[in-house]
Design a protein around this ligand. Structure first.
Ligand code: WQD
Length: 338
């Protein structure tokens, strides 16, 4: 069975391609390589022994999207990762984000809507909740006004899919709201490859650990949390990838209730920034250089998932601990720096 993975050379996409191939799916990747490298194909092949099909296509080119689906009319499912995802950049370049994250989604959905049956998995984010009032966060928590154009594209993306599914019974979709993905494949053949100075906490920590960065700035320790630093739900990228395969199978095997469903993907445990630093120090045996600085505008105080629906309805549960995920991130960082 052939599955299209857009953004399949990216961090979560490449780990999902590995899990799909391991389950016997044939995978075709579309990636424009704006934030990924074709080298990732070698890593996927090294892990699974199978080189996925790959086409370098800019999904903003509507004609190219139409042509792709004509040539691959045997695609039975799509996992859609391709999108720009830097919160800060989205504030400076909103139209780049609305074009790249929304227009491309519309072009793909138009092609899928014409098939007699199709399964669609959408990469969404806990960012749609903003600062939720209650922890842990359930899928029925209110969607708050987006704090960035990036977050808005995830909210709008979900609404576009929901509205399309309402009038397209042959289209079955699931939106997966990720919390904070981290780590790398245990083989250290693929992992996170941030371009430039990392915005996210985990790669900044591991780059500091290998001496690429002088010290980590901790953005505030005066929040109303267990130790004053922000709390997040850090989920191992391999757990996350397995959830995508589980969600796809749910649709392919017609196990879904409605033809549009939403699941939170997290561990259900909140970890503070200082606890993440302690995890790094435990797994690396190294002290981490860090200093406390001012809060980062836009940060929510706390966000961690209620995983009941994913556990009981989707039949998926995160298996790995924060330390195991951190160890994989550290092993990966040391490998790519040597
Ligand atoms: C985590 C915590 C920071 C860097 C973002 C996106 C979200 C999703 C996941 C795409 C926060 C603190 C960070 C640093 C720090 N991405 N931090 N020093 O902001 O929770 O979520 O990535 O869907 O949409 O917003 O992740 O890793 O940036 O920050 O103290 O150098 O680490 O304040 O508390 P975030 P993050």
């Amino acid at each position: 069975m052939k599955i299209l993975v857009t953004g399949g050379l990216g961090f979560i996409g490449s780990h999902t391609v590995v899990e799909l191939q391991s389950e016997g799916f044939e995978v075709v990747i579309i990636d424009d390589c704006s934030n990924a490298s074709e080298e990732v194909l070698k890593g996927i092949n090294a892990i699974t022994g199978k080189m996925p099909l790959y086409e370098k296509i800019d999904l903003k080119d509507k004609e190219k999207v139409i042509d792709f689906f004509k040539r691959h009319d045997d695609v039975e499912g799509v996992i859609h990762f391709a999108a720009s995802k830097a919160v800060g950049e989205s504030v400076e370049k909103p139209l780049l984000y609305y074009e790249n994250n929304i227009a491309t989604l519309v072009y793909i959905l138009k092609e899928l809507s014409q098939k007699k049956k199709s399964s669609f998995i959408f990469s969404s984010s806990c960012t749609v909740y903003g600062q939720a009032d209650k922890m842990p966060i359930t899928e029925s928590a209110p969607i708050k006004p987006a704090e960035s154009p990036y977050g808005n594209t995830k909210q709008m993306g979900e609404e576009i899919i929901r509205d399309t599914c309402l009038v397209t019974p042959n289209l079955n979709a699931i939106a997966l709201r990720y919390f904070n993905p981290m780590g790398a494949h245990p083989s250290a053949e693929i992992g996170e490859l941030p371009i430039g100075v990392p915005q996210n906490l985990i790669p900044f920590i591991t780059q500091t650990g290998v001496g690429m960065r002088k010290e980590l700035s901790v953005f505030g320790d005066d929040y109303p949390t267990k130790d004053g630093t922000c709390v997040r739900d850090y989920i191992y990228v391999v757990d996350l990838a397995k959830a995508h395969v589980q969600a796809l199978k749910r649709l392919l095997e017609h196990e879904n209730g409605e033809n549009y469903e939403v699941f939170n993907l997290g561990t259900g445990t909140g970890s503070s920034v200082l606890e993440v630093i302690q995890s790094f120090e435990r797994v690396s045996g190294e002290k981490l250089n860090y200093k406390i600085v001012d809060r980062r505008p836009g940060d929510v105080i706390s966000a961690f998932a209620d995983t009941t629906k994913a556990n009981e309805v989707l039949g998926w549960k995160a298996q790995y601990t924060l330390d195991e995920a951190m160890k994989s991130a550290w092993d990966w960082e040391q490998k790519i720096r040597n």
